[in-house]
Design a protein around this ligand. Structure first.
Ligand code: GDP
Ligand code: IMO
Ligand code: MG
Length: 422
């Protein structure tokens, strides 16, 4: 069996949580392979809403094992809060989760470094979620990090204090007030909580599942345009958010990757700093934010909004080898008279279809306009009932990008999902 991958093609918040929850009923194994509590994946079913940060979105499906892979970074405090919240609903979280011993731990001082570093950048800050993601991945690649498996070692406490001391030395360069001990007791008790979980050699675990003919669904976090290599550097996250990250973040060979599905919104959003060529700083942008309820699921920050950007979408499809598209939130456009889509950029008056290397380059989108469908799509359950103008929009995207849109989501609920046979 292979690992099917579902990932975001824009700047995150495409609706990955909803779709993974929908698809998970057909997968005995769901896996997160990168990122950490910077993610906020929303799920809605039976009138209940959940936001998951570290836990894979298959957790509400019976019989699905949810693996937190080695590529993920875990804050034990946030993880415990998440587990207890879900447990309240009667879901046996502990039975449904396995954690790779190679996943790295976010320490309280990682979060302090994140905050100090952002504060020192002033206007050029990344707009980090302040969850300690960057500093934790820095320690991972810098070979200083603490991993989940380390919590079982006798000298864990000593190693924790050693790393904390390194962080305190590092923090001397910043003019930043902090209390390194404030969260320590809570963090150490959350580490004890973590010990109650199935801590596994994730790479063996997942490969054995595949050998046993079990289908695995890998759930991306963030989006391709936030990838540390291919996103708008330095306004990116610190992990590999693209498909290749599923291999390194789970311990599977590239030949074991199955279908790659890319999720995108029918428009665009971005939270945090960095380029956003189709951004709308006007009433239309405000309308998108209001109708789409575009506020961060992790930080509550208002998301920046804009039209769909096909230059960026095609780029993400290329980098990931996307074979199926999943379109989200078209219902947010229901009341619009006109819908625009960027088909190219103009740079210094010259048209281009490429993302420029220079993150700070000014690009002007070249738009194609579509007539709005002006109908409520949220109750439509079959493809044949979808309005002509909407299908014109869908077909145009498919033709431009060269990949079929197999799933159309028209509302946040599990049920508001149309599976197409294209
Ligand atoms: P993720 O990080 O990719 O999982 O996405 P988020 O959960 O951060 O943001 C997506 C938001 O859109 C959530 O509030 C979802 O409940 C909501 N949502 C998902 N799909 C749809 C849809 O098709 N239509 C509408 N209106 N909302 C949706
Ligand atoms: P999900 O999985 C949207 C953004 C932050 C910031 C940049 C770096 O819900 O789609 P970080 O905390 O990772 O160092 O922040 O990345 N960012 C996200 N934006 N959705 C996310 O996750 C994000 N995770 C990080 O806003 O611009
Ligand atoms: Mg999100």
């Amino acid at each position: 069996m292979k690992v099917d991958v579902v990932l975001g093609l824009q700047w995150g918040d495409e609706g990955k949580g909803k779709i993974v929850d929908v698809l998970a009923k057909n997968y005995p194994v769901v896996a997160r392979f990168q990122g950490g509590p910077n993610a906020g994946h929303s799920l809605l079913f039976d009138d209940k809403k959940f936001v998951l940060h570290t836990i894979p979105s298959g957790v509400f499906r019976k019989n699905a094992v949810n693996i937190i892979g080695n590529g993920v970074v875990i804050d034990p405090i946030i993880f415990r809060e998440e587990c207890l919240e879900i447990e309240k609903t009667g879901v046996p979280v502990r039975e449904r989760i396995a954690i790779s011993k190679k996943a790295h731990l976010i320490l309280p001082t990682h979060r302090i470094i994140d905050a100090a570093s952002e504060a020192s950048k002033g206007a050029s800050k990344i707009g980090s979620t302040l969850k300690g993601i960057g500093p934790t991945y820095m320690d991972k690649t810098g070979r200083n990090g603490l991993r989940v498996g380390d919590i079982l070692a006798e000298n864990f406490l000593e190693r924790f204090h050693n790393l904390k001391s390194k962080h305190i030395t590092f923090l001397k360069q910043f003019d930043f007030e902090y209390n390194a001990e404030e969260k320590e007791t809570e963090w150490l008790s959350a580490i004890e909580f973590l010990k109650g979980f199935n801590l596994v050699d994730g790479e063996y675990f997942i490969n054995h599942q595949l050998d046993d003919n079990k289908r695995v669904l890998a759930e991306g976090a963030q989006g391709s345009m936030l990838d540390v290599d291919f996103g708008s550097y330095p306004f990116v996250t610190s992990s590999t958010t693209i498909c290749a990250g599923a291999c390194t973040g789970l311990g599977i060979a590239p030949s074991r990757i199955g279908t790659v599905s890319g999720i995108f919104k029918a428009y665009c959003t971005r939270v945090g700093s960095g380029p956003f060529p189709t951004e709308l700083n006007d009433n239309v942008g405000e309308e998108l934010r209001k109708l789409g309820f575009e506020f961060g699921a992790t930080t509550g920050r208002p998301r920046r909004t804009g039209w769909l950007d096909l230059v960026a979408l095609k780029y993400a499809v290329m980098i990931n080898g996307v074979e199926q598209l999943i379109m989200m939130k078209a219902d947010v456009l229901d009341t619009f008279d006109t819908i625009k889509v960027a088909v190219a950029y103009k740079m210094n008056g010259v048209e281009t279809h490429q993302i420029p290397f220079d993150t700070f380059a000014t690009v002007e989108p070249v738009y194609k306009e579509f007539k709005g469908w002006k109908r409520d799509l949220t109750k439509i359950t079959t493809e044949s009932d979808l309005p002509f103008e909407f299908m014109t929009y869908v077909r145009f995207i498919e033709k431009e990008v060269g990949v079929p849109i197999n799933i159309i989501s028209l509302g946040p609920d599990r049920e508001q999902t149309i599976m197409r046979t294209v």
